[in-house]
Design a binder for this molecule. Sequence first.
Ligand code: SF4
Length: 292
Amino acid sequence: MTSGAERGGEWADVLVRQVAARSILNPTTLPAGDYSANPYVGCPHKCRYCYASFMKRFAHHPEPWGDFLDVKSWEPLRRPGRYRGKTILVGTVCDPYNPWEATCRRTSALLEQLQGSGAFLTILTKSDLILRDRDLLEQFDGLTAVFSINTLSEAFRRDMDRAAPIAKRIEAMRALHGRGIGTACFISPVFPGITDVCAIMEAVADACDEVWIENLNLRGSFRQDILHYIAEKHPDLVPLYRQIYVDGDRSYWADLAEVVEQEADKQGITIRNYFYHEQIVRSKRAQEERLS
Ligand code: SF4
């Protein structure tokens, strides 16, 4: 397995190790799925706003989020047919097509094990490496490959992550769409005043079946980092960020939701609006607890 130092470049600091996982599929409380599957712990894409960075608490790594990667091994699924009709979200707290997947092939191993299971897969990624598995993906009815894109600006993208360039993500989405594989563009997280939602919708309209959209939540360890970034690189937006993230004013999102609806009608795009997704997850958990 190639270490970060051997790989070099922007991933030189990534510490890579192999871990045995008890199970690769776990029930999820996320509203869009029944199970989650994460072939890796950690994510070298190191997005500054990564909501999965809370996983560091459970991973027993002193390294910062983004600078470690645990490559999972697991016992092959014994009865994949038990997942028939269930939705499996692949990559809820990692990118299943991070650069190490090119050689470790843990995501392709999972796909091979799930072949013929009748499960519906939703795969979340920021990488064009997914194209490598197109023949496998084609074999799943109801599969959706979801590409996260929250900007068309490479400068902003580079400030925020070290995943694939935006143009490569759109090309990959278009290539899968062209082969009849379900695709969605996930405009997430929307940075107020920076993410040009309408421009992204226009750029991907012919490459995806749906557009999903989610607001930026600022919390935990990355809240201060993002607010500093805004103050340094976009000082004109400081009042807007204060209004949203300090005063708790949600009118920006209500107005944006209307703009998105109008743009979707214009472009003939189906929208899934995940604004305030965290509250949705919390209410689903509460509902499950009431019913249990
Ligand atoms: S690609 Fe996803 S999991 Fe990986 S760092 Fe970015 S937001 Fe987190």
